[in-house]
Write a protein that binds this ligand. Structure first.
Ligand code: AOF
Ligand code: ZN
Length: 393
């Protein structure tokens, strides 16, 4: 395999970045393909007669459905010998829910495969590249697209490389950093557009994690609501699989206080409650709540270990991405534990006053050097509100 930077491309390879960019764009047609990665493929004619024309395009829509490469092959008008396939991820070489893509590309007569990331799945992990090369197909790695390709699948890479999901934490506050009035009244701090944006965050994750205090106080449904997503007809079709498999709803319920009648339990879809291992709480076999036990966090014997919960969601449910939609205490604990990979804060342009409730329950920061720092990734206006996306430093 040859690794190339964009500056090293020759005249015949000049359009490669454009094709790879298109493959990344295709992969992003779905919110999630979980537990599979999102992958896009563009097949380009490579002989003098066919020129550099795009012969076929495809992307993976979700586990159980065909991978990106066979979709692009099937969509190709004709497959000229000497064509080049641009794939955002190394083609697979295993037979899982579908057959090996490396074989499909070889059989289709593709001469060159250009990839933007290697597959961390131990069943593939270089095997796809080796299979292609063994059949005489040239393989190139376009290094400048690796960040973009990994970003598409940050959850998938996180699960396979760190054995835990990528964690996004969503918060909403007023301009003066309050989430509710002192009496707890908080409904709709942000506007409709921001709420619809949160629906998209939910559509991208595999599990929504919240705390029992939030459930007891607000009885949230934590569901994916198609009508609020604001998708066009085509996007609805592409995301059919995702929409019919909504994210798991997870409640951290150390002492087993979750009621069977809470909306988070009764809404369609799965709900899992994590309780402290050793807490003598019994559950009826017929209960709609799937209970799992987790060890305590070490720091607090009365709270479940957040890391254990994340590891359990990665291992047992193949969760790639988790969205934490919780109150000040649990969100603060996730941040303090260093388990948040991305923080999204919606800021409503209104003042709730100094008696209101603070954004996060984090105390004991006495020195400026104790401050938890973030880097602003993006800043945008969503309806009347401001959305800040941050990464921990
Ligand atoms: C590709 N192209 O579009 C995707 C790939 O269970 P399966 O058969 O769907 O295989 C899932 C694994 O295949 C997944 O974990 C990842 O390693 C790879 N995904 N590979 O060549 C694709 N989605
Ligand atoms: Zn494949």
């Amino acid at each position: 395999m040859q690794t190339l930077r964009n500056t090293e491309l020759d005249a015949l390879q000049a359009a490669w970045p454009q094709h790879m960019q298109r493959a990344i764009q295709l992969a992003a047609s779905v919110f999630s393909a979980a537990p599979n990665p999102r992958v896009g493929c563009v097949i380009v004619g490579g002989n003098a007669e066919a020129g550099d024309s795009v012969l076929g395009e495809g992307w993976h829509q979700g586990a159980g459905l065909p991978h990106a490469e066979p979709v692009a092959i099937a969509n190709a008008i004709r497959l000229a010998a000497g064509s080049t396939a641009f794939v955002t991820l190394e083609p697979c070489c295993h037979t899982g829910r579908t057959g090996p893509c490396s074989s499909a590309l070889i059989e289709a007569g593709v001469s060159r495969v250009v990839i933007a990331s290697k597959d961390p799945n131990p069943k593939v992990s270089g095997g796809g590249i080796a299979a292609l090369e063994a059949a005489g197909v040239e393989v190139f790695f376009l290094q400048d697209f690796e960040d973009g390709a990994r970003r598409l699948n940050r959850g998938f890479f996180s699960r396979l490389e760190r054995r835990r999901p990528f964690v996004r934490c969503k918060l909403a506050m007023s301009l003066d950093g309050r989430t509710a009035l002192a009496n707890g009244e908080s409904k709709w701090i942000t506007g409709a557009e921001a709420r619809s944006d949160v629906q998209r965050l939910r559509a991208e994750c595999d599990a929504i994690v919240t705390g029992i205090e939030t459930v007891l106080a607000d009885d949230p449904a934590m569901t994916l609501r198609q009508a609020e997503l604001g998708l066009n007809a085509q996007q609805l079709v592409w995301n059919e699989l995702r929409l019919s498999n909504p994210p798991l709803r997870v409640v951290l319920d150390s002492r087993g206080r979750l009621s069977e009648t809470a909306k988070i339990v009764t809404e369609p879809g799965r709900c899992i409650a994590y309780r402290l291992d050793g807490a003598n709480s019994s559950v009826e076999a017929s209960s709609p709540i799937a209970v799992r036990l987790a060890p305590n966090s070490g720091e607090s014997v009365s709270r479940v270990s957040l890391l254990s919960v994340l590891e359990s969601l990665a291992e047992l449910d193949e969760c790639n991405e988790v969205l934490v939609e919780a109150g000040a205490t649990l969100s603060g604990s996730f941040i303090e534990a260093g388990l948040v990979d991305e923080l999204i804060v919606y800021i409503a342009p209104k003042l709730l006053g100094s008696d209101g409730r603070p954004l996060l329950g984090m105390s004991g920061l006495n020195e400026l050097s104790d401050a938890i720092e973030f880097k602003v990734e993006s800043l945008e206006q969503v309806g009347a509100d401001i959305k800040v996306t941050l990464r921990p430093r």
